[in-house]
Each structure stands twice: as C-alpha cells, then as structure tokens.
Design a protein around this ligand. Structure first.
Ligand code: ADP
Ligand code: ZN
Length: 606
C-alpha cells in the first residue's frame, strides 16, 4: 500500500500537505468517517483522492454534475491516476468498459452521480468489489436549508448500512451552520470526525459600491482585467443577454449563460469559459455550482444576491487557486426593493418568507457597513475576525463619516408625522418641500417637517434612509408599498439621546477602488511575456486533447516556472504541481518555451 506522503509527492507533484489535509488523509486511510468543512480552494479533493489511492479497492466519489466529474477524471488521468466516471452521458460501450475496469479492480477512483449510486443494481454490483471509501462531494446538496438541494442526495444515507466498515467522507464549502448540522445528520455522519477551518478567503478582495452608472462602473472594473477569466452575475435572463451583447460590442470576450438558452449554446459557452483563457461569462445563478475552474480571477455582481450565503458562495468561485482574485458588486436602492418584492410575491410559506427577509437584510447590512467587509461577512457565519483585513474596499479606502444625528431625526420625524404609511420617495419630497400631488392630497405641506431637509439632495436622503434601514432604526414594510416605519431603535435617536454616524456615499468613480489585479501585481514585462508564452503552449496542448488547460497545469505552476526558469527536467520536477506523469508527458514542451525565451533574452542583450 503506498504511503500518503509518497503519493502526494510523486503523483501530484506537491511538496507538502496543506492545513488539515494530512490529518484528514491519515484519519480516512485508517478507516475513519469524516466531515470536511473547508472553504473553496482549501484542497478538499486530495482529502479523498489520496486515501482512495492508498487504500485497497476503488474510491467512489459522488458528485452532482457530469461536467465536473469529467474535469476531475481528466485531471487525475493527466497525473497518471486510474480514474473513471459513470453517468448517463456515456455510450453503452463506454459504460461497459468502465464496469469491466471496475470488476477487474483496475480503478483507484470512480466518480458517480447520486442517482447512480442510489440505484439497486449498481450498489449490488459495487458490493461485490472492494471499496476503499465513499466521498460525498458538495454534501450540502442533501440539505433543504441550502440553495442547491438535490433530493437524490437523501438516499446516500443508506450507504452506512449497505457498506458497513467502508469509510465515508462528506465534503462541502458551505459556511452556514444550519446547513452543516443538517447534512451531518441526514447523511448519518453523527459519529464522524468533523474537520473545519476558518471560512475566510484571504486572497479574495471584496468591493461593494453604490450603483451610479452600472455600465460605466462595470467597464471600468473590467478594463483592468482584460484577458482574465471571470463571471458577471445578473438577476434576469434578459439582463444577462443585454449585458453580454454590450460587453462583446465593447471588445470583451463575453458569453451569456442562463437556463433559458438552448442546451447546445449553453454547453458551448460553459465549455469556452472552462477551456479557453480569458473568457468572461455573463450568467444568472443557474451557472456555477460544481464549477471548479481554479483561475476565475473575478466575480462581479450587477445585482444583489438573495442572501449572505448566496453572496459568499457566488463570490467564492473566484480564486480557487489561491492567487489574488476580486469580488466586486454594485447595488442600488432599487435592488433591495426588487429583492423584497421577489420574496413577497414568491411561493414560499410565510415563515420561510420571514427567514428570507432576514437573510436579505443581513446582506444589506454588509453592503452598508462602514467597517471591514470581511469582518462583517465572517461574523455572519459566527466567525470572529479582527477587522482591518487590508483587502476590502472599506479597509483600503475607509468611508468618510459624518454626524447624521440631525438628518436622522428629521427623517424619522417625517416618517412619523406622515403616519408611517409612505415609501422613501414621498418622505423625501416632504423633507425637500416639493409640492407634489401626493403632498397636496395628504396635506403634508402643512406639517412642521415640510421642507426642513433642504441641506441634502434626493441622493443624500436616499443614502440616509438606506443606512437607517440597514441599522434597524427604521423598517421597510414588506407587505405594503415599501412604507417606512419606525423601529424601537428610533426612539433614543428621536429623543436626542443617541447620535448617528453615517457614511458619506461619495459619487467618486470606482476607478480608484480595488487592489492591483494579478497582472499588475505581477513582476516585470519579461516575466509576463514568458508567462503568456507558457499559457499559449498549455492552451495548444489542451486543445489537442480537448481538455481544459488547467488539468495540464494550473496558473500557479506556470507562475512558478516563470519565476524559476528551470532548464532541465530535474529542475522542472521541483516545481509544485508537476508529478512524474506530467514530467514525462509535458516536460519537453514547456522546457522548450522557457529555453526559447532565454534565447530571445540573450539576443536582445547582445
Ligand atoms: P476545494 O475542493 O477545497 O475547493 P481543490 O481540491 O480544488 O479545493 O484545490 C484547490 C487548489 O489547491 C488546487 O489548485 C490544488 O491543486 C491546490 N492544492 C490542494 N492541496 C495542495 C497542497 N497540499 N499543496 C499545494 N497545492 C494544493
Ligand atoms: Zn477589510
């Protein structure tokens, strides 16, 4: 039986385990059950791949998406691991071959869909083979609390009885405690050892800006990221198409993705995103689950997600490889109102709607915070972070604060005197002293609050109302016409017992925001040229085989090649991510690019 350390080094070309990997691997190799709760990019795959190779028998991996299985299998084969997948998209001939390999004990890893594993015929077949382990990937799919519930996952609980003594692992990047508890229980893993770590993703920079001119803001953001892969999320299919069209006109390699597109178009666009470098996918949330493309450099939100959980998960698709990545979002007053309406008009029962509103409000709180975004985000998941992360917009460009006590009192008083029955638009008219029809009808020009707020403009007041709502001083009545009402917290403010600090929403362009992109942070032009040449070589080799470029080498590996410029296969083998099978297969192709680059450098000096 091979040693875990040896497999890590020789098969995967990695010098050492990361974080809790070593402990998880040891635990599972010994036959223990495990629940692995680690953020995206932490390296969960190795936690079951290595034990599957080390233990006798085949390691069975349950995965929800066929596309994802294909990539994983391809990546393993590139490293010389005997892996296969069984799913509905195989021809009968291919299925037969996999079954034969399985029966002959030739496979180390087998990827299957949950439907397949739940089917009686297949489990009978499997029970006659030695099984090394069961790994349940994206295990949050078993929970109705999560947003990716898959009823087929519920049947995986039966594995415990059906295959006694075979270790089971459940893995997920879900940070939500409710979903975690639920999945452990539903998969009958109450006795399993739980491995979890901080859900912080330090390489992701968070920026949340006010929506001013969405297209201009998006273009400014993307301009610095040409040639990088990224996802732009929009709420509706229509907006996905309009945005993708517009970006294509602007010269970006943008493609649309949503559930309403023809299957071929959708698959082709997803394929281009995965297999080509620098494609920008404009998508609804129908896209993303199970996509483990490591070099997604940014996730942009043009519309507000439904909850903090959704925001965390969607932005989490960036920077799986650990390199700098950006999570960028713009939101406006209309977004929150639209989301509220979606909840109100949705099909959920009332108690679920209440939870949905709370989840939305929690996200709005993070949008409006003047403190560190990372701190606020992690606090939502019950994690304490010291703040001042230095990699979010509020840390990099601290918000300017102003004493909003007077403004808040005027706003609250206007709400109160108009009877807590009106939305922000009308209350602002009252504060500004605008004689509208509604004002006349309600005789609101006779109120003492009429026209007392001319020191701010409409935008200024909107900002005040938004921040008061985000802090729970006022509430937006979701059942009516978004009428503003006073909360208990409004009392001390009205009585002058409490001051209110507000953030000044600047109309500054977002151009200065955000950290340096990976390309900017990266060193000299010569290095960048070599990196691009290596990327081109990788793309050529990938196209030849019809596989995604990252199954050959990750960007991190190419960066390291650029830095070290290895001149021999032995030197190449020292670079993390290059195992024995890959040296044999690709060593020369990449060494020749490095060698050519060195030749050109010499020529330009002499
Ligand atoms: P997860 O499934 O947790 O999101 P992956 O298993 O896809 O993460 O791994 C994320 C990235 O980290 C991959 O590029 C992988 O090659 C890399 N990685 C994992 N473990 C190690 C390690 N011990 N040393 C170096 N890189 C690692
Ligand atoms: Zn911060």
């Amino acid at each position: 039986m091979p040693e875990a350390d040896v497999v890590l080094k020789e098969v995967f070309g990695l010098p050492s385990f990361r974080g809790q990997q070593a402990e998880i691997v040891r635990h599972v190799v010994r036959g223990g059950d495990a629940v692995v709760l680690l953020p995206t990019g932490a390296g969960k795959s190795l936690c079951y791949q290595i034990p599957a190779i080390c233990r006798a028998g085949v390691g069975v991996v349950v995965s929800p998406l066929i596309a994802l299985m294909r990539d994983q299998v391809e990546a393993l084969r590139q490293s010389g691991v005997k892996a296969a997948a069984l799913h509905s998209a195989l021809t009968p001939e291919e299925t037969r071959r996999v079954r034969e390999e399985l029966a002959a004990g030739e496979l180390d890893l087998l990827y299957v869909t949950p439907e397949r594993l739940a089917s009686g015929g297949f489990t009978d077949f499997l029970s006659r083979q030695p099984v090394a382990l069961f790994a349940i990937d994206e295990a949050h799919c078993v929970s109705q609390w999560g947003h990716d519930f898959r009823p087929e996952y519920l049947q995986l609980a039966a594995l415990k009885e059906r295959f006694p003594g075979v270790p089971r692992l459940a893995l997920t990047a879900t940070a939500d405690p409710q979903t975690r508890d639920d999945l452990i229980h539903r998969l009958q893993l109450d006795d399993a050892r739980v491995f979890s770590a901080s859900f912080d993703r330090p390489n992701i920079s968070y920026t949340i800006a006010r929506k001013e001119n969405a297209r201009r803001q998006l273009r400014d953001f993307l301009q610095k990221r040409k040639g990088e892969s990224g996802i732009v999320y929009c709420l509706s299919r229509k907006k996905v198409e309009e945005t993708a069209d517009w970006l294509a006109e602007e010269g970006f390699a943008a493609l649309p993705y949503h559930a309403g597109l023809d299957r071929e178009v959708r698959d082709a666009n997803q394929d281009a995103f995965i297999k080509e470098d620098g494609v920008l996918l404009v998508a609804t949330i129908a896209f993303g689950m199970g996509i483990d493309k490591p070099d997604v450099r940014f996730v942009a939100h043009l519309d507000l997600p439904s909850s903090v959980e959704a925001y965390y998960q969607e932005t989490g698709r960036a920077g799986r490889d650990g390199l700098q990545a950006a999570a960028w979002m713009i939101h406006g007053m209309g977004d929150a109102a639209l989301r509220r309406r979606m909840i109100d008009e949705g099909a959920s029962p009332d108690d679920v709607k209440r939870v949905e509103r709370m989840k939305l409000d929690a996200l709005l709180g993070i949008c409006e915070t003047v403190a560190c975004r990372r701190q606020a985000l992690l606090a939502h998941f019950g994690e304490v972070h010291g703040g001042e992360c230095g990699n979010c917009d509020t840390c990099l460009e601290p918000a300017e604060l102003w004493d909003g006590t007077e403004a808040a009192r005027k706003a609250l008083s206007a709400i109160y005197r108009t009877g807590q029955r009106y939305g922000a638009g009308h209350i602002i008219d009252v504060l500004l002293g605008n004689m509208t029809e509604k004002v006349e009808r309600g005789r609101h020009h006779e109120l003492s609050t009429f026209g007392i707020g001319r020191e701010l403009d409409r935008k200024g007041w909107q900002s005040v109302f938004r921040q008061l709502a985000a802090r729970g001083i006022i509430a937006v009545d979701h059942s009516g016409y978004s009428a503003l009402t006073l909360e208990e917290e409004a009392r001390p403010v009205l009585r002058g017992e409490q001051t209110v600090e507000l953030r000044r929403d600047s109309v500054r362009s977002s151009r200065r925001r955000g950290t340096a992109t990976e390309a900017e942070a990266w060193a000299s032009p010569e290095d960048e040229a070599l990196f691009q040449a290596l990327r081109a070589q990788r793309l050529r080799l990938a196209k030849e085989q019809g596989v995604p470029p990252y199954v050959i080498f990750h960007d991190t590996t190419l960066r390291e090649m650029t830095r070290r410029r290895p001149a021999s296969e032995a030197a190449l083998a020292e670079i993390p991510g290059i195992g024995g099978a890959k040296i044999a297969r690709y060593g020369r192709a990449f060494l020749s690019v490095i060698c050519e680059d060195a030749g050109q450098a010499r020529a330009s000096v002499t």
